[in-house]
Write a protein that binds this ligand. Sequence first.
Ligand SMILES: [Zn+2]
Length: 363
Amino acid sequence: MFADVLGHERLRAALATALAQDRLPPALLLSGPEGVGKRRLALAVAAALVCETPTPDGACGQCNPCRRLARGITIQPEQRAAADEATKADPLRYNFTLHPDVLLVEPSRSGKSVSLKVDQVRAVVDQVAARPFESRARAFIVDDAHLMNEQAQNAFLKSLEEPPRTSHLMLVTPWPQALLPTIRSRCQELRFGSLPLQIVERQLQSELQIGPDEARLRAVLSGGSLGEALTLDTEAYAALREDLLQLLAAAERATVMDRMDLADQVNALADAPAALTVLRGLLRDLGAIAAGGGASQLINADVGDRLAALAAGPLGARATALAQAVGDTRDVLLGRIPGTSLMQGAAHKLLALDVLMDALTIA
Ligand SMILES: [Zn+2]
């Protein structure tokens, strides 16, 4: 049922209507941030296509095909783990038959490389041309579709040219720009936004059995990506935050020599985008305190006392503007598009360091 997918009401309603009127486009491109439910919605569409007794809100969830598909979805991670561990890499093991008429394709892994191989795509093309086994339609979901190289994308185009009415293709990706224009122009694109923070918080509390404070912290830090919020390593976060709090506190009374030493310490922090995420949160909180905000507005409410002491110093007045600059830098660092990455490795770190030193250089 579409109601089981969090958020994205407009997209859900459009898909439910298209299915009810039997006017689902032959090819959909589901694009948008990581971890907001694109693949989940694609699976809900697939379920509606194979369900024996669909409702106005998609699959019934009760009939035999619905239950078999649900089982396929449940065991798929185990099948992927088995494929990962196989001694001989076999790309076709990453084409998962979730139900006789529902195929899910994921990038295959061999050694360090993760990509959608042309063999995987050719297998899809063959199946797209075939009739459904038992349902009124078949669904083909290609996850992380941007990981098809050009050869694979060209092979895929065949399926998009004239798919039989009974075959529905769904490409899922956070990077639609990486797909050939000929592919994009043949798909109806559904653009997903971030999930509202309240929805992410509620889901985190029920799924992880955590309190409202931690749920809020995870939701804010992940910027509305439930997937990221669920897997966030809060211990690593706390350790990184402690480093940065000490740096900010030391910066207040630092000499020029001290600052160079601080720069070295920051440089030693392993993950520049993560450090910037944490720093942005701290600076936002300092700005909120400086503006008279209460504890309920803080991301890092658990270290509110230390933040209040910092906000009373010279950093308080500049914190909000700095938070913006730090956030912008982080977005640039994370805004990498396959094949067009502008900054990597050492350059990432240098830029991050610049922003951080700006934060620390208190006039
Ligand atoms: Zn059903």
